[in-house]
Design a protein around this ligand. Structure first.
Ligand code: F6R
Length: 616
């Protein structure tokens, strides 16, 4: 949600800032803006719509040379996505420009106070108050922008990342964060701030993860981090493992297509180095002691959207392999229902971005009740892993397309590794059993590759059904979350009605939706797993077909029992039951991607969405 980038150094700030915004545009694309300091004055350009509109404006009305600049790409919360509400926002005297991500919860009160003092506000945003407050605080703090920023932050409530520049201090950037993401990139004779490392990886891989309630002051040679009181503060330095090409399209038309195709590698990388010489699972970032792991009585998974679906898949594996009860909960619901969580609970927060506010809040709620927290995350330097007791990183590389694909597969793999590790420590499985599952997991990159080689049929189906008004998805067991995920992908990309159901629920209501010609995608469990599940879904296929549905059946190679009932058959490789989501999700991703392409939608940046949802 909202992308932020700032540069101070000796190169052309504008080029670097716009390039950073291009890499961050997936975070929000309602409007974009930049500001630079030149000749002791602030110059700003901003424009509603995608970054391309801002770039066109900069072409018509260029900014002067400058070595200090900030840029922002917006996902609107307060105020419509128009030119005025776009960031940066200026103070009344045009001395200070700020960019903001998050929500300033007490902004109405602060704005009333400013208006009472005679300050004129021009936008409908909560963010603008920060610019005015900073300008008012500057004289009180002898023109020291960092001190003024700390004073302003002490008054703000809610979630914010703020970056400010001051026309009177042209070689300085000051940034602050509470509950919203901000990382620093340290270059040679230049420094960067950004919402995530993608913005600066083309320039430096040396990064700093800022803590909660910290202010950072950047000049081209120095980085100074303090708390909101001005005391020196601790921070983590890390080296970014992604390279710049990972955040490029690399010859694909769409980031989503690239990311779908990267899934075999992402799964392989997430598995890499997890088994030690003794053949035991070794999860390096698992900072939980063996005693703590043995004491776990319940696992609670909290996540949102696609990550929640990964959690639903994980529940089957966790309970099967560890015999520990596992609940999966939408993070946005978790803390509002007084959940029963204590020191014997392990809360697992799954988040690609590591910044989803609902997931972060659920995690904090769990920890406040005494639970241990484990993060499964794809992004170094993010808040969720930093606030967790233990972390397992997924190595999917940057996921730029708004619709999550490779993160989903790697989240499943990571949760499986956690489940196996718990089973190993608690003695629920023998070493050879664990190794057998790890071997099965290691075969998955090949299996996913096979699926990717045979997607043309699915693309044709997407084209055939592009005019459908509704598509239903059904599945059983781990196929149920896959059905939900297939429906979510179609909603967010093709903007069409799509619902996923547990196939067993059909007769309890949803079957009323079936009428002649409705496409129903069926995720069929393996006949070699629990054959009873297979039998039941075959009945479900017949039931919907008898009522006029057109069935698109996703079934493994060699499953001949479904053939008579499949109007369209999509084959996936034969894999063990718990591995099935890793192969059966892929055709559904391709289906949604192709459907959106046929409809002419922006696949990588679907309407109304943002990649990282940093507000509740
Ligand atoms: C859907 C999608 C979202 C995210 C959700 C959680 O394609 O991308 O549903 O899965 O917003 O995001 P993270 O994993 O970053 O917490």
């Amino acid at each position: 949600m909202c992308g932020i980038v700032g540069y101070v150094g000796s190169k052309q700030a504008l080029e670097i800032v716009v390039e950073g915004l291009r890499r961050l545009e997936y975070r929000g694309y309602d409007s974009a803006g930049v500001a630079v300091i030149t000749g002791g004055e602030l110059e700003m350009r901003k424009k509603a719509g995608k970054l391309a509109n801002l770039e066109a404006l900069l072409g018509e009305d260029p900014l002067p040379d400058s070595t200090t600049g900030i840029g922002h790409t917006r996902w609107a919360t307060h105020g419509a996505p128009n030119d005025i509400n776009a960031h940066p926002h200026l103070s009344g005297d045009a001395r200070v420009a700020i960019i903001h991500n998050g929500i300033i919860e007490n902004f109405a009160e602060l704005r009333d106070e400013l208006i009472a003092m005679g300050v004129e506000t021009v936008s409908e945003t909560d963010s603008e108050v920060a610019a005015h407050l900073l300008a008012l605080a500057l004289p009180e703090w002898d023109g020291d922008l960092a001190a003024a920023m700390r004073a302003v932050c002490r008054r703000l409530e809610g979630a914010f990342t703020l970056v400010a520049i001051d026309a009177d201090a042209p070689d300085l950037l000051v940034a602050a964060r509470r509950n919203s993401p901000l990382v620093v990139g340290r270059g040679k004779g230049e420094n960067f701030v950004a919402s995530d490392v993608a913005a600066f990886i083309a320039h430096t891989r040396d990064a700093i993860e800022l803590g909660q309630d910290q202010v950072v002051v950047l000049t081209k040679d120095d980085v100074l981090v303090t708390d909101f009181e001005g005391n020196p503060a601790d921070y983590n330095e890390f080296e970014v493992t992604w390279d710049a090409s990972a955040a490029e399209k690399g010859g694909f038309d769409l980031f989503m297509l690239k990311e779908i195709s990267e899934q075999p590698r992402a799964v392989a990388d997430t598995l890499l180095g997890r088994i030690n010489r003794q053949g035991l699972l070794q999860l390096d970032d698992m900072r939980l002691s063996l005693e703590e792991i043995r004491a776990i009585e319940k696992v609670v998974i909290v996540a949102c959207g696609t990550a929640y679906h990964a959690g639903m898949v994980a529940k089957y594996a966790i309970e099967h392999w560890t015999r520990i009860p596992c609940e999966v909960e939408l993070a946005s619901e978790f803390r509002y229902r007084d959940p029963i969580v204590d020191s014997r609970t392990l809360v697992i927060a799954i988040s690609q971005s590591g910044e989803t506010m609902d997931t972060l809040m659920a995690l904090r709620h769990g920890r406040q009740q005494g639970a241990k927290a484990l993060a499964i995350c794809n992004t170094q330097g993010a808040t969720i892993p930093r606030e967790s007791d233990a972390v397992l990183y997924t190595y999917a590389g940057p996921e730029i397309a708004v619709a999550s694909t490779k993160a989903f597969l790697t989240q499943i793999v990571a949760t499986y590794l956690v489940a196996l590790y718990l089973a190993q420590v608690r003695g629920h499985m023998f070493g050879d059993e664990i190794r057998a599952v790890v071997d099965e997991l290691s075969n998955m990159p090949n299996a996913v590759d096979l699926v990717l080689d045979t997607t043309e049929g699915v693309r044709e189906l997407a084209r055939e059904f592009a005019d459908a008004t509704s598509v239903l998805f059904i599945g059983r067991h781990v196929g149920f979350p896959v059905a939900l995920e297939g429906a979510l992908k179609l909603k967010e990309l093709a903007y069409m009605h799509a619902e996923g159901f547990a196939a067993g629920e059909l007769k309890h209501g949803p079957i009323a939706l079936i009428e002649s010609g409705v496409p129903v995608v069926v995720v069929v469990p393996s006949p070699r797993g629990r054959s009873v599940l297979h039998e039941k879904i075959v009945s479900n296929i017949q039931e919907v077909r008898a009522r006029g549905a057109i069935t698109i059946v996703i079934a493994e190679e060699g499953d001949e029992l479904v053939v008579p009932y499949a109007d369209h058959l999509v084959r996936v490789p034969e894999v063990p039951t718990l591995m099935q989501p890793l192969v059966s999700t892929v055709p559904l991703q391709v289906f949604a991607c192709e459907m959106a392409t046929v409809k002419g939608h922006d696949v990588d940046q679907p309407r109304n969405l943002a990649k990282s949802v940093t507000v509740e």
